[in-house]
Design a protein. Sequence first.
Length: 254
Amino acid sequence: MSKIVIKRLKLSPDWAEFIAVLFIVWLPAVLPDGQPASATMRHAELYSQWGFAREIIRSFGGGFLAAFFLWSKPADPSFLSLVSSRVSPARQIAAGVGLWFAYYLFFDFWGLLSSVLHMRSGYAPWFQPQTQVEVMQNTFFSVVNGVSEEIIRVYLLSQCAKLGGGNKKGIVSCAFLIAAYHSYQGSFTAVGFFAVNLVINAFYLRHRSLLALFVWHVMSDCMHSTDLPGWGIVSTLASGAVMDVLSWLGLVAW
């Protein structure tokens, strides 16, 4: 039956698979999810036992589905390699930490710029843990989500490059899909995500290191809800550097 539908729509199996993944993984994050309008109610619903389990299952399921499709077809064997054979694991971890710090520095600047321009950001309940238990939930979710979303990135990159006509178009189209996926945080933030993911997509295609991507993503997710070692120093230095740039540009008084 599925083959008949594909033939009638004149879709190749790769396109049909890609559209199915978008509907299952990407579309639910873009469309309204029907959560309560009140921020307090949304927060309580998200951190309830069912709400937390639903988010874990949704995140893990998306990563599992992407991994299944990547493994089920003959592809570049380095595309799903956790550790690149060309670079030591220690250097890949260091690269992941560097990506995270660059990401943090960029979004520190982006956040201040949005304040200067009076841009509103969307409400993200995950970013407002109120108890130690919620912080622990966030940490666990950050690990699951960071790994899953990076596997999804690799899948999107491979399919966008394959169906769109090369790596350069794949980098752009994949960055667009990821930015749209995070549009619930506001359109201005989504533009920042698009810029950041252009760099990260290019980094991955050049070095093929999922390990580095796992490190930066887990750390960037954790930074919204946990106190990493030395976090206060990093935050102060980064914020100061960003404020210096804005002051030099004449956008703020510093």
